[in-house]
Write a protein that binds this ligand. Structure first.
Ligand code: SAM
Ligand code: SF4
Length: 333
C-alpha cells in the first residue's frame, strides 16, 4: 500500500501544482530573464535524466497529491525527451492537468505530437506583435515562429492557448491593447505578468516595473473591463471580462498584490532540487538522494520536509528582500 500525504506547509497551504523545469537552456534571451550572452548552463550530468524526471513526478502524483504538472524551463521544447516525458506523465492518470510553458519556437513542429502524448494545453510567452520590439526584448528575430507555434497549438487542440506577456516601460508598454485585440481575435487567453526580480543580471528596479494598476488603466482606455464572476481561488491572475465577455484578460500582480496566501505551487528544477517558492533561498536536493539509492518513501519524505518550511510570502516588498541566487530560467518559471 502506497503511503499518501499532502505537501502541506505551516500556514495551511497544500501544494498540488507541480512546475517541472526540464532544462535551464533557452533559444531566446529575453532581457528581463537573462543576459545577451546567455548563462553557464547546467552540465548534462547534473540534469535529471528522463527516467529520473518521470520517477519524481510519479512520486509527486502517487504519494503527494500532485494534480497538475506544468513543464517549463528554460525552454522546455529544446529538451529532446519532452514528448515522451509528457506521454509517461499522462499515463499516471487521465485526470491530471498537463501543460507546457513555452516561448513557442518549434511548437509548430511539435504541437500535434504533444497533444497526442496527452498534453492538455500550452502557455505561450509573447510580449509584443511588433517584429522590431520582439527583437529588442528577446534579442532574436523569431516573432513569426512564435505566431505559427501559437496557431499550431490552437489547431492541435491544446486549448485554451494562454499568452503570457510582460510589459517593459519604454519598450512595449504601449502594446497592451494591441495584444489583447489580437488574442481575442485568435481565441487565445491573454494574461499580463508584472515583471519580477528574477533576472540573472539583477537589473530589476521597482520604478521600471509596469504595475498591474497601470496595465489595467491602459486596457480600460480601449476596452470595458469588469471583474469575472468566477472565484479566483489559487489562480494568480485577476480575471476581467472584456467588453462584457465571453473573452477575458488576466493581470498577475505578483509584486504589487501578492497572492502567496493562496499559493498551491511547488517546483522541481532541472537538476532535481525541490523549491517551495520561486523566491526561496533554499532548495532540497532530491537528485543526490535519488542517485545515492533512496527509495520512493525516502524521496517523498524529503519532499514533504522541503515543503513544510515554506515561508508565508515572497517578501519582495520587504526592505530586507534578497533576490534568489538562481534566475527564473534556472528555477523554472
Ligand atoms: N521559456 C519559456 C517561456 O518563456 O515561456 C518558459 C520559461 S520562462 C522563465 C516562464 C515565464 O516566465 C515566461 O512567461 C516569462 O515571460 C516569465 N518571466 C521570465 N522572467 C520574468 C521576470 N523577471 N518577471 C516576470 N516574468 C518573467
Ligand atoms: Fe527563454 Fe523563457 Fe527566459 Fe525568454 S523568458 S529567455 S524564452 S526562458
Amino acid at each position: 500500500m502506497i503511503k499518501q500525504r499532502p505537501l502541506a506547509d505551516a500556514y495551511g497551504r497544500v501544494a498540488t501544482d507541480l512546475r517541472v523545469s526540464l532544462t535551464d537552456r533557452c533559444n531566446l534571451r529575453c532581457s528581463y530573464c537573462m543576459p545577451a550572452e546567455g548563462l553557464d548552463w547546467l552540465p548534462h550530468d547534473e540534469t535529471l535524466t528522463d527516467d529520473e524526471v518521470v520517477r519524481l513526478i510519479t512520486i509527486g502524483v502517487e504519494r503527494l497529491g500532485v494534480r497538475e504538472v506544468r513543464f517549463t524551463g528554460g525552454e522546455p521544447l529544446v529538451r529532446r525527451g519532452l514528448v515522451d516525458i509528457v506521454r509517461r506523465t499522462r499515463a499516471l492518470g487521465s485526470e491530471l492537468q498537463l501543460s507546457v510553458t513555452t516561448n513557442a519556437l518549434g511548437l509548430e513542429r511539435n504541437a500535434r505530437a504533444l497533444a497526442e502524448a496527452g498534453l492538455d494545453r500550452v502557455n505561450i510567452s509573447l510580449d509584443t506583435l511588433d517584429p522590431e520590439r520582439f527583437h529588442t526584448i528577446t534579442r532574436r528575430d523569431r516573432l513569426d515562429d512564435v505566431l505559427r507555434g501559437a496557431k499550431a497549438a490552437h489547431d492541435a487542440g491544446l486549448t485554451p492557448v494562454k499568452i503570457n506577456a510582460v510589459l517593459l516601460r519604454g519598450v512595449n508598454d504601449d502594446d497592451a491593447c494591441e495584444l489583447l485585440a489580437w488574442a481575442i481575435d485568435h481565441q487565445y487567453e491573454l494574461r499580463f505578468i508584472e515583471q519580477m526580480p528574477l533576472d540573472a543580471q539583477h537589473d530589476w528596479h521597482r520604478e521600471q516595473m509596469v504595475t498591474a494598476d497601470e496595465i489595467f488603466a491602459k486596457l480600460a482606455a480601449e476596452f470595458t473591463l469588469s471583474p469575472a464572476t468566477e472565484p479566483r481561488g489559487s489562480a494568480p491572475a485577476e480575471l476581467f471580462l472584456v467588453d462584457g465577455g465571453p473573452a477575458t484578460v488576466g493581470v498577475i500582480a505578483s509584486v504589487t498584490r501578492p497572492f502567496c496566501g493562496d499559493c498551491d505551487r511547488v517546483r522541481l528544477t532541472a537538476d532535481g532540487q525541490v523549491r517551495n517558492c520561486l523566491f526561496a533561498r533554499e532548495e532540497s536536493d532530491l537528485r543526490a538522494a535519488l542517485r545515492a539509492g533512496a527509495d520512493d518513501d525516502e524521496l517523498a519524505d524529503r519532499w514533504v520536509t522541503a515543503m513544510a518550511g515554506k515561508l508565508p510570502g515572497h517578501g519582495i516588498n520587504d526592505p530586507s528582500f534578497l533576490q534568489p541566487d538562481r534566475p527564473m530560467s534556472a528555477i523554472g518559471g
